[in-house]
Each structure stands twice: as C-alpha cells, then as structure tokens.
Design a binder for this molecule. Structure first.
Ligand code: 3SL
Length: 241
C-alpha cells in the first residue's frame, strides 16, 4: 500500500526524499486555488516562478503575468492572486506566468519529485482520484507562510489524507494531526479559520469572498501537473489525446 505524508512547510523539505514520490503542492490562500481556477477558466499553461523579475520577463513570450507579494498585487503585472481576477473569459487559451509569496515557491522546491500535482479544496476529489490511480507514495507540501506552519494548507492535507485513507497508509504524526484538525474544522471551515494568521491578513485587505471561495470543495474537475517547466491541466491533455 502506498503511503501519504504531510510536510508542513517548504523549509522542512530537506527532511524528505522526493525521488519516486508524488508531491501535492498546496497554498489554499490563495495561489494554488487561483491556479486551479485559471485552468478551469481555460488557461493553457501556467509558469510558476519564484522571482518578480523572472515573471515580468515572460511578457515577452506573450504570457499574461501575475504577481503577488504579502497579499497584494505587485505593480506592473497583468493579474494578482485572487481567483476572481481570472474569471470572465480573459485567460481562456492564454499562458500565464505567476509568482506569489509562498505558493509558487512550494511548487518549484518540489521539482525532484516524480510527479507534482497542484491541489486545492476546489479540485480535491480530482487530485485524490489521480493519486489513487498513480499509486506512488505521496507527500503533501504545504506552502505555509514565509517558512512557517499555517492552518489552511494543513486542513487541505487532512482532507486529502481522509479521502485516501482506504488506499494509502499514513504512519507519521503530521498526517494524523492534519486529519484530526480537518475533522475538527470541516463543519464550518470559515469560522474555524477566522483567527488564523493569513485569514486575518487577507481580511485586512477586505477580500472575504476569496477566503470563502477557496474553502469550497470539489468545484472543478481540473488537474494541474508539472511538466518540464510548466503546469498543464492533465484533464484537458487527456481529452485532446
Ligand atoms: O503566499 C502565497 O503564495 C499567496 O497565495 C499569498 S496571498 O493569498 O496572495 O496573500
């Protein structure tokens, strides 16, 4: 039986051997929720990059550029990091380069893995089905906040472990803790997260609707996976084959 484990921060990645594993990179508020939404809205490829300048350079390749730092859209970029900014048809068929404070970093630091999947509550079941099909050992990599633990990514990890509990073993306390937390929170996650650091940070920016949206389960059948230098939606690739 394959295993599922949880890494609470990219700063802890050195403790794990990613070779041969599937990583699920997650930044619920809001990077991975936003990427999933962008694919659901028809984006072609997403290039997650770590630095603002590198991201800006992608405009010469015809990409839309998206950047967030400390919760705020960076100046001079086409898009920010709100899922609602990707709705309405303007990302359909477009390539997007994106850099965010923590989410894009979690993805790029996981490149040694066999497979990287981008997870969010919005595509939770699609991710779970893909992992069950792959049958690889899984590590959920929580983006956290600037190296520190956060609640919302851990809740996603717990939800995923719970959905996979019949076909995956989980021996580590991190997976167990994530499930306990999710079971405590799931009846009302918005209320549970009210005192969390990032929700307080985002509420200060008055983006409550982003928080509520990013906590919705199974809204999209979208499966962003890392291929060479970019994310593609595997569901679209399979349909085109
Ligand atoms: O840290 C990140 O990658 C962002 O998702 C943070 S924010 O939700 O845009 O504030």
């Amino acid at each position: 039986m394959p295993s599922i484990d949880v890494c609470f921060s990219p700063e802890l990645l050195h403790l794990y051997d990613l070779k041969g594993k599937a990583v699920v990179a997650v930044d619920i508020l809001r990077a991975t929720s936003t990427m999933v939404t962008a694919f659901a809205e028809g984006a072609a490829n997403i290039f997650p990059v770590m630095e603002l300048e590198e991201c800006r350079g992608f405009s010469e390749r015809g990409c839309l550029t998206a950047a967030e730092r400390n919760g705020i859209k960076a100046e001079g970029f086409d898009l920010g990091n709100s899922p609602f900014g990707y709705m309405g048809g303007h990302v359909q068929g477009r390539d997007i380069a994106i850099t965010t404070t923590n989410g894009t970093r979690a993805i790029r630091l996981s490149e040694a893995a066999e497979e990287i999947v981008v997870g969010s509550f919005l595509n939770l079941q699609t991710v779970a089905d893909h992992l069950a099909e792959l049958g690889l050992d899984v590590l959920v990599v929580c983006a956290g906040w600037k190296g520190q633990f956060n609640l919302e990514d851990t809740l996603f990890a717990g939800a995923l472990v719970e959905r996979l509990q019949d076909s995956f073993s989980s021996e580590n306390d991190s997976a167990l803790a994530a499930v306990y937390l999710y079971q405590t929170a799931k009846a009302d996650m918005v209320a549970f997260l009210r005192q969390s650091s990032h929700v307080r940070r985002l509420e200060h920016l008055e983006i409550h609707k982003d928080i509520e949206f990013c906590l919705r389960h199974d809204v999209y059948n979208v499966l962003p996976v890392w291929r060479h230098d970019r994310l593609v939606d595997l569901r679209v690739e399979e349909l085109e084959r």
